[in-house]
Design a protein around this ligand. Structure first.
Ligand code: ZN
Ligand code: ZN
Length: 385
């Protein structure tokens, strides 16, 4: 079949919206008609080249990342199932998990679906089943961001990437839980293990950070300090439960010191747009004895140097931990978060600042760069017709 999708042909160029030829689903795969796709910062990392592996590494791994259909935060309805699909049927509503979860590998079996062994194929850009492409344009095979490619009206993906949800949940809102919401919320609730009465600092309040604020507040934090240079985002953070805000880490440091009578925060969560080694020590400086810093941001593939005070690390038993997908289990947490949304405890509607038709996707990303969107979203025409 033919459909429209946004393709990145070369780093540092715009998304190109054009016609794509889509093959039917093969073994273990489903064809999904999408309702919407979040404009997540991780796709911007493809565009800037931060998420594109060096050529030698791609050759070593036998993969070719570009051209690629972007997008990994989506939801839709299954319109066709391939052979040997066991858990999904035509008509099912699904949210995509940006990391597939097989349910059987050692990580999945021990409650760490975010670390599923199928994650090794995340950058392969081809179908997990046979490492071939279902999407083609201009006579070339296309890769898929996170095995999904949600910047297309339809996609074919493995059932491991699909999480069935109840039919009465609006799919455009459900899409957000496939990446940003769960990543942020889980960074606070699971990776940081925020406890009632703790002081928490969230550094960077975009689509992920706003949900770290929301998670920390839901977990019962006494202080939730939102740090962002953009005033609009500091204001928005209050909607999601921030008790205080600061435009910089430096100003947050003074504020937290005041709030805690010098004891400093229990947890700090780094959710800035692009991770950087220079942020680690200032973040560690925000937490006190026994404090924990969670690093959720994606840094360029090449960043391997960090400056931090090792004396403080051991003497004050500080912790620095990484987190992917908020250390969550998508098959449990995505339905769980959507239930909290339905019952009015989790805010999703407030996250979407603006929606765009697919052809205006580049405007959506420009708004993200300008800091005027918490989350922009593409809504497909067939969903509004
Ligand atoms: Zn994302
Ligand atoms: Zn697994």
């Amino acid at each position: 079949m033919k459909m429209n999708a946004a393709i990145l042909w070369e780093p540092k160029t715009d998304w190109s919206v054009e016609e794509v030829e889509l093959d039917p689903p093969k073994r273990g795969e489903v064809l999904v008609k999408l309702v919407g796709s979040g404009l997540c910062h991780s796709d911007e990392h493809l565009l800037t080249g931060d998420l594109v592996l060096p050529d030698e590494t791609q050759k070593e791994l036998g993969i070719q990342q570009l051209p690629v259909i972007g997008g990994h935060e989506g939801a839709g309805e299954i319109v066709e199932v391939g052979p040997e699909v066991s858990g999904l049927a035509v008509g099912d509503h699904v949210v995509f998990g940006f990391i597939p979860s097989c349910g059987r590998c050692p990580s999945c079996a021990t409650g760490h679906q975010n670390l599923c062994d199928l994650g090794q194929f995340l950058f392969a850009g081809r179908q997990i089943s046979d490492m071939t492409a279902r999407h083609h344009a201009r006579g070339e095979d296309l890769g898929l961001m996170c095995l999904l490619g949600t910047f297309g009206e339809y996609t074919v993906t493995n059932e491991a990437s699909c999480i069935k949800i109840d039919d009465d949940i609006p799919l455009d809102k459900a899409a957000l839980v496939g990446c940003g919401v769960t990543t942020g919320w889980g960074s606070a609730v699971y990776a940081a293990e925020v406890q009632p009465g703790e002081s928490v600092v969230v550094i960077g309040c975009g689509g992920v950070g706003m949900n770290a604020v929301q998670g920390a507040a839901m977990a019962g934090a006494r202080h939730v300090v939102a740090v962002d240079p953009v005033e609009f985002k500091r204001e928005q953070a209050q909607v999601f439960g921030a008790t205080h805000s600061a435009p910089s880490i430096e100003e947050a440091n003074a504020l937290v010191s005041d709030l805690t009578w010098g004891a400093m925060a229990n947890k700090a969560i780094i959710t800035v747009g692009v991770g950087a080694g220079e942020l680690i020590q200032p973040a560690l400086g925000l937490v006190g004895k026994g404090g924990r810093v969670v690093h959720t941001s994606i840094a360029p593939f090449s960043v391997d140097s960090v400056s931090m005070n090792l004396f403080e690390l051991s003497m004050w038993e500080k912790q620095l931990v990484g987190a992917i997908f908020g250390s969550a289990n998508p098959r449990r947490d995505i339905p769980r978060l959507l239930r909290l949304y339905q019952e009015g405890q989790l805010k999703l509607d407030e996250l979407v600042t603006r929606t765009y038709p697919l052809k205006e996707i580049n405007e959506g990303y420009q708004a993200m760069r300008d800091g005027t969107n918490v989350r922009g979203m593409v809504i497909y025409e067939h969903a509004t017709a």
